[in-house]
Design a protein around this ligand. Sequence first.
Ligand code: SAH
Ligand code: SF4
Ligand code: F3S
Length: 487
Amino acid sequence: METLERSSKVHDEARQGETFAPFKNDSNQFKKKFLIESYGCAMNFADSEIVASILNSEGFGATRNVEEADLILLNTCSIREKAEQTIRKRLTEFRKLKTARPGILVGVLGCMAERLKSNLLEEEKLVDMVVGPDAYRTLPDLIEEAGTGQKAVNVLLSRDETYADISPIRLNSNGITAFVSIMRGCNNMCSFCVVPFTRGRERSRDAQSIIAECKDLFDKGFKEVTLLGQNVDSYYIAASAQPAGEFKGSKASDADAITFAKLLEMVALISPELRVRFSTSHPKDITDDVLYVMARYENICKYIHLPVQSGSSRILQLMNRTYTREWYMAKVNRIREIMPDCGITSDIISGFCTETEEDHLETLDMMAYSRYDMSYMYFYSERPGTLAARRYQDDVPLAIKKRRLDEIVKLQNRLSQQSYKADVGKTYKVLIEGNSKRSEEAWSGKTSHSKVLVFAKQGFDFKKGDYAMVKVTSTTGGTLIGEIAGS
Ligand code: SAH
Ligand code: SF4
Ligand code: F3S
């Protein structure tokens, strides 16, 4: 049953422990090498690219080879207990390495560093550095400190750090798609969630720096950007916070503020050839304005990740999600009304505190109602310090949590099958991301509604980064198979 803890195939959080190196192998110019492994959500993966940039300017080059690393960094996740266990296991492996090569430094970055702070140094002997998500600018100093044998810790959270001026070094990139962080932290207090404690207060990154980064990516040949934040729809830059001349008229007013809808439009206008995605949307914050902007621009992908968490209004209230079952359903209706072909996916938690069989059935019913293309599904894992841990008892037995999760997964598999089958016979515009994993004779790319579509090259002259019109001929349930219909 263990595998059910996390059951989606291709989620960012499933990309556990990816080791990163720049896609161009230019690391030989550096005397010292660092290896960074990233765990958790896309935000962490984006942060690792910021860290790489900071380290690069200090003369460290990235490597994937543990043997040649002088510095080993783990960018960690605390979202569920299992995520932390994975990291602890990895640290044990590095402990052995450090016994053999005492000169190397081991650092823990990210959410687990923030949650456990210097306790981590007590618990995990031989960790030299503990660095929270807002303290990466101090890494060079911390490395120096750790190099002299002191334990180096910086877990200060910031109200304004967005790393806006740091140009991320794209790690492990396909050269076509990239993450662009637009905000940090989270002001929601979903009672199950540790993120507000590990990432701090929400803050939006200056819009001009976001646009500049996206333009730069496009100039370098990238064709798709995913705007990232824990709650992108609450992106907001007040008019008064913008550089002079950015808004019309002499006085800054609300109308000149940059909302997420405006930002999305600004990014979409960079080029019709640049696809735009975003993640994640909290159902309470995604506005009609955002939906209309999505509908207006062909290059904004018709895909919304809209985590429901539970289908029961009573549980949603305990989770502090601030919407009801009916409210969420109305949002799904609105999305389908404005964009009939929009993909919708979700996150679902089984067995939250006090969840009854009836609540669970409401979750299943909600899934069928929303017809999710795909979901990320978990059983509830109590996190110390969260509202739920303080207020409620984690009273659903593990066996029941897992059985309910199993039912959720089975239903989602059926819904995904239906959703993918419904695409057979249709023609989609696909952004080619590279060769199919199975064969060099086939391309793999994504549709606007975020499904992977694999198709034979058939002697056509396409290359990575091109758009192709592809007709879907069959499906495996998680992938679409097709043939070229044009360009
Ligand atoms: N900011 C995003 C979610 C970030 S965490 C949002 O609001 O949608 C990703 C997912 O992990 C959550 O949507 C939730 O489904 C799951 N999750 C978070 N805390 C959890 C916990 N304590 N136990 C189980 N799953 C959890
Ligand atoms: Fe966590 Fe809720 Fe914030 Fe998402 S919106 S990061 S689930 S507190
Ligand atoms: Fe994990 Fe932190 Fe992301 S807890 S899910 S890495 S914000």
